[in-house]
Design a protein around this ligand. Structure first.
Ligand SMILES: *[C@@H]1O[C@H](CO)[C@@H](O)[C@H](O)[C@H]1NC(C)=O
Ligand SMILES: *[C@@H]1O[C@H](CO)[C@@H](O)[C@H](O)[C@H]1NC(C)=O
Ligand SMILES: *[C@@H]1O[C@H](CO)[C@@H](O)[C@H](O)[C@H]1NC(C)=O
Length: 440
């Protein structure tokens, strides 16, 4: 009996070796002869988004939409104006509350990426600050679009948000070891200091939570990526330590923002008419955006540099400090990744990679030299374009990592086609990187 069993084991071992050998030869041959054929690799089709993920089947064609095909866009536009359709794509808060009770199942059914998609990405973790106050579904679709297990995410929910928004977002974040709620939430007031404080609190938490991450990116709940994580990593790598954010001379018409004392009165910012002292160390105040892409050293300076502490104190009673503080710090000598204050180094929002925003007054018909970008295909909120599906083709040609603003309630198809496009691309890149490992 024992002899027979040993014989069986030996036979099995020989067979296994033979099969493996054959497979190896076959792989090598196909690599040399015909190049890499991705069909030999696991396809990870369970991570692809399908129409079934959106509750409807084959009612619009995303590949035609991202290529800007007129007919598909017209169909999509008609569809997104129907009440039934908008209702069918909405995910209620109750779904999230229920689904997050089983986190494994939630992550799987919402198709969160469960492992680093490449060594390159694993070696280059990112830190995100996300500031949210409503529209939970927008936030969750943003999170799943940028989620990777090697990155870390700090979420700031406005202190005055509805209790339900808090509890749903807390439930979602608690399903991930690398996503957390900010340790100190503030009451955000439009165009006033607390907007900056929200990001500062997340910066401090992220800096303290991990020493590994290389770059910091701040977002709001209505942003969406235009690149895959791998593309973001490669673009940041090629910055070689520099930061990328809007930082340019402040227009005369905006100078009142920093030369008058402002106060928050009944949840709104008000000018007092009192003149402000000049900025500390006579720092030149530059104009920019609330959204930045900066390296870890910039964040360390924000938290520790005494000059910046003084600038922060001075900024607290100005109008819209988010639109000059980061831009000013970016031009302070000694800050890692910064550029010299001379205006030859000015950078516009279109040249920085941090954020693509379509301001209404810069839009124009195609071919117009005055216009910065083609007309918004969605609608405007506070003079900013809320993108429609018709904006996607142009947006995807830009170098920016993220775009603002998206709204699932306005145009769900824009968000869905963008997230499907990015996921398909990420999975295609996965095959490409595996191909390289196996063939070379
Ligand atoms: C969707 O559009 C693409 C690009 O125009 C086209 O190749 C494809 O056949 C279309 N799919 C369907 C199901 O209509
Ligand atoms: C709640 O979640 C469970 C398991 O995750 C699921 O089986 C059930 O159908 C859900 N109920 C509702 C009302 O969504
Ligand atoms: C940093 O994290 C440690 C625990 O890891 C905590 O004890 C400490 O208070 C934190 N510091 C700050 C400034 O948040």
């Amino acid at each position: 009996m024992r002899l027979l069993k040993q014989g069986h084991v030996r036979l099995l071992l020989m067979l296994t070796v033979a099969v493996l050998g054959l497979l190896w030869m076959f792989t090598l041959q196909s690599c040399h002869k015909t190049g890499w054929d991705p069909t030999y690799m696991p396809r990870y089709s369970w991570l692809e988004y399908t129409h079934a993920d959106y509750g409807r089947e084959n009612v619009y064609n995303c590949s035609a939409i991202v290529q800007g095909e007129k007919k598909a866009l017209a169909q999509a536009k008609l569809l997104s104006t129907t009440r039934e359709f908008s209702k069918s794509v909405q995910i209620p808060n109750e779904y999230y509350i229920n689904a997050t009770q089983d986190c494994r199942k939630f992550r799987k059914s919402r198709k969160y990426i469960p492992f680093p998609l490449s060594q390159e990405e694993e070696d280059f973790p990112l830190a995100y600050s996300i500031v949210v106050h409503h529209k939970v579904q927008n936030f969750e679709q943003l999170l799943r679009a940028i989620y990777a297990p090697q990155n870390i995410y700090c979420v700031h929910v406005d202190k005055k948000s509805e209790a339900s928004v808090f509890s749903v977002i807390r439930a979602i974040t608690s399903c991930f070891p690398n996503v957390f709620m900010v340790s100190q939430a503030v009451d955000v007031v439009y165009a006033a200091w607390p907007r900056v404080q929200a990001d500062l609190n997340c910066m401090a938490d992220l800096y303290n939570a991990s020493t590994k991450w290389k770059y910091f990116i701040n977002l709001c709940g209505q942003d969406f990526p235009l690149k895959t994580n791998l593309e973001i990593v490669r673009m940041l790598h090629s910055l070689r330590g520099r930061n990328s954010l809007e930082s340019e001379r402040m227009a005369e018409t905006k100078k009142w923002r920093v030369s008058n004392v402002h106060l928050i009165v009944n949840g709104e910012i008000k000018g007092t008419g009192k003149a402000k002292e000049p900025p500390p160390f006579n720092l030149p105040i530059l104009s920019g955006s609330a959204y930045i892409v900066v390296n870890r050293g910039y964040v360390r300076s924000v938290l520790e540099d005494t000059r910046i502490q003084a600038l922060i104190e001075w900024s607290k009673d100005t109008y819209s400090p988010d639109e000059f503080l980061w831009a000013t710090i970016q031009r302070m000598p000694g800050v890692p990744g910064s550029t010299w204050p001379n205006h030859k180094y000015d950078m516009t929002d279109m040249n920085a990679i941090a954020r693509l925003v379509k301001w209404q007054w810069h839009e124009g018909s195609q071919g117009s030299l005055e216009a910065v970008y083609p007309e918004c295909q969605g609608n405007h909120v506070r003079s900013v374009c809320v993108y429609g599906a018709g904006d996607l083709q142009w947006m995807l040609e830009q170098h920016h990592l993220f775009a603002n603003k998206f709204d699932i309630d306005t145009d769900p198809i824009a968000v869905q086609c963008l997230e499907r496009y990015l996921r398909e691309k990420a999975l295609a890149e996965l095959h490409e990187t595996y191909g390289r490992i196996f063939c070379y």
